[in-house]
Design a protein around this ligand. Sequence first.
Ligand SMILES: Nc1ncnc2c1ncn2[C@@H]1O[C@H](COP(=O)(O)OP(=O)(O)OP(=O)(O)O)[C@@H](O)[C@H]1O
Ligand SMILES: [Mg+2]
Length: 469
Amino acid sequence: MTALERYAAAARVAGCPREQVERLVRAGVVLQPRQLAASAAARLCDHPDGPTAVGYGGARGGGKSHWLLAQMGADDCQRMPGLKCLLLRKVGRANLENFEDLRRRLFGALPHEFSAYRGVLKFANGSRIIAGHFQSEKDIDAYLGLEYDVIGIEEATTLSSRKHQDISTCSRTSKAHWRPRIYSTTNPGGIGHAWYRVRFIVPHLKGVERETRFVPAKVGDNHFNNPEYTRVLANLTGWQKRAWFDGDWDIAAGQFFTTFRREAQVVEEFDDTRAREWFCALDYGFTHYTVALLGCTDGDGNVFVVDEHAERLWLPQRHAAGIKAMLGRHAIGVGANKRPLAVVDLKRFVAGADVFSRQSDGSTVAAQYAKLGITLRVANTDRINGWAEILQRLGDVDGGVRPTLFIHRRCARLLECLPVLQHDPNRPEDVLKVDADEDGIGGDDAADALRYLVATKTRGLALRKLTGV
Ligand SMILES: Nc1ncnc2c1ncn2[C@@H]1O[C@H](COP(=O)(O)OP(=O)(O)OP(=O)(O)O)[C@@H](O)[C@H]1O
Ligand SMILES: [Mg+2]
């Protein structure tokens, strides 16, 4: 069998009409089996009783971005002259995939013009793709109010349900032989997780799809991923592995730190001479707990949380004394140079942003602590990346990934709080916020302090690509 015959056979299995395959071949676009299945679903939108929305992916690295542009440009735009398409995508700070790269790779054999300035790609038959980039949802308003024959949404769960509805109203056409449609690609997680799951995933799993079709694809369905990216995905732990590697959309239910294992991450003893660098983090509260954690790194890059100060209804004076007493329980130096740890020995002492905001009398909590000899710096307060960092460090003992974060058993409040934290159902990659009850039971203050403590470390490139920041 020639490569072409193999391609034609794969497309037939996927359900692509013959004419569609010929069109892709003419454009020099070779799609993989799951991508072909998504393209076949896109053709179902032509039928009067067919779907009006096709979703593709549902996990990381399944060839989503590639498929979406290929389907719009190499199939739809070619078969319908004068087609007007909008491709919406959120741009992150380190967005490695670039429309420009993808365009060059995909449309080498299709004559077209591209204005990078206007973000418009125009084919010889007058069909065009408007590349709509947005930073925040309000930027999308610039594209609303017009009609588009095809709307493509990259990473649809980056949109709220409301914004998705606004966009849907622009899926209209004045062409006689065209049914307007929305194609989307997505991963679990994000503010749009819940609506996407209900609209696409649940009907797909139940086998009762009407207006929608969903074609799942995972990293293993795309043979063009670079091996490093595949490895990063395979080595994820906790909910990230379930969501991004396995394509599991049920992550919103239940415990957040599923890889927390007392026997693996909790230490009974810690020898202070192992510490290379000492640092502290504070989560401030008055009716809530004020939690300060003392941590250190060892020579192997492990983080140890060795002590905790947690009290409520105290003023800064009393906390400062308590925190200094906590430091004094540990020693720095060896032999004749050994002495109790003090604030000056800390590499950093970080706290949440609230500590730096002005109160009604014009002062800040940070200023009060500074007067008491504790200079606080603002912590990295990015919740999602902070939780992700903790998750990575907890490892996955059951899956053979060793932890790099250890907690001393004297950190009672932290150890009580960590395993009970839940996913936020509206934003599953975030922890659901909880307050302590009037007796001070529960609450997430200790976990916030832990997040500040570990998130100050420079983060790896691979994880940055995954989290899109
Ligand atoms: N059919 C194909 N032919 C050639 N290369 C492909 C094909 N499908 C995907 N690729 C390549 O595989 C890599 C990953 O694909 P893509 O970026 O589309 O995946 P993705 O699902 O969007 O990933 P992410 O979850 O990271 O956004 C890209 O370099 C892409 O060009
Ligand atoms: Mg992508």
